[in-house]
Design a protein around this ligand. Structure first.
Ligand code: GYE
Length: 333
């Protein structure tokens, strides 16, 4: 009698391999994991906000570079600041059946529907840089980025400290980030919380300048006009780009930024260190855009079936003008 073909040594070997692979894929599917064939290049769809700031440019560069180094195929979509473009990009990624989606959401709300679509398609979503506000936190596997409330507190604490011992009211103007964006809401909240330590500190004007340098200049010009004849002691900008624009407006108004008006901002980009070295900016609270390497690691860990931590917080510091010249050559962005 002839042995069945799967008992024939060579063929049986390949049949066995084939069956093992099928079982492995079936096991992955049963776990709700996408059927990543072990030998295929991973595909990551990344929806970026835009290119509004030096921070954002550095963030995009970090993600592109890290993907290349990790051997991950990156589909990069720039939404030009529009949530509707980000939603379209996510739907395109779902249609293309990418392995993982990473999202840096421009605003906090309005993501539920599209995130549910990703989940229904079995594609895990990683939030990077900014968080969304959705009751169902199972819509994303992890969030990696900074603690924006703490950044705001650090900015506020610096000012409280700087003003210690004074008697007069301290009049502050604030340039907010994009309306509805997590870093704008949180940096505002953290700063307000910290300046409560000294009731003399008051925010007298606050408006959005969308995280951009051009708008920072424009809104600061409007603040200076509206406050003509009254002293502005300090400017708090939710990012360096807006502070750099505002510095120009202050100079054009014949005042000395950093001296006549204290300037406090967040990010720690090279331009801020240059402004500090020139005495025009007093302090920048660091917010690292170098999220590429941890993001690629998370994609790989997901592939390996590991459970990711729900939250990965970026470590960062505070830099003042007196250390700017020394630190400048070490800055990576
Ligand atoms: O501070 C700002 C950028 O989300 C942390 O977005 C990011 C912020 C950053 O435009 O410069």
């Amino acid at each position: 009698m002839h042995a069945p073909f799967w008992h024939v040594s060579g063929q049986a070997f390949f049949f066995e391999i084939h069956m093992q692979r099928r079982h492995a894929l079936a096991a992955l599917a049963a776990l709700g994991l996408p059927a990543w064939a072990a030998d295929r290049k991973l595909v990551l769809g990344f929806s970026q906000i835009g290119a509004e700031s030096a921070w954002r440019t550095a963030n995009s560069a970090s993600i592109k570079q890290a993907a290349k180094e990790a051997g991950i195929e990156l589909k990069f979509a720039d939404a030009q600041q529009k949530q509707e473009n980000q939603i379209k990009a996510l739907r395109a990624f779902i249609a293309q059946k990418v392995d993982v989606i990473a999202l840096s959401p421009v605003v906090e709300t309005g993501w539920g529907t599209v995130l549910r679509e990703a989940r229904a398609a079995g594609i895990p979503v990683i939030l990077t840089d900014r968080l969304v506000k959705e009751a169902d936190e199972g819509l994303w596997v992890t969030f990696m980025g900074s603690d924006f409330v703490e950044e705001g507190r650090r900015a506020g604490r610096w000012l409280v400290d700087k003003m210690k011992g004074g008697k007069d009211e301290v009049r502050i103007v604030e340039l907010q980030g994009t309306v509805g964006a997590a870093p704008a809401l949180d940096r505002r909240q953290g700063f307000e919380e910290a300046i409560k330590a000294d009731p003399r500190l008051k925010i007298v004007r606050s408006q959005t300048a969308d995280f951009s340098r051009a708008k920072g200049k424009e809104v600061m010009e409007a603040f200076l006009k509206a406050e003509a004849g009254r002293k502005i002691h300090a400017l708090y900008a939710h990012n360096d780009d807006m502070a750099l624009g505002a510095i120009q407006a202050i100079e054009e108004a014949g005042l000395k930024p950093g001296v006549d008006i204290l300037v406090i901002s967040i990010d720690g980009v090279k331009g801020a260190f240059q402004a500090m070295a020139a005495g025009k900016l007093n302090v920048t609270v660091e917010c690292s855009p170098l999220l590429g390497p941890p993001l690629m690691q998370a994609v790989k860990d997901l592939k390996a079936g590991k459970t990711l931590p729900r939250r990965v917080v970026t470590e960062e510091g505070v830099f003042t003008a007196d250390v700017a010249a020394r630190e400048l050559p070490r800055r990576q962005y």
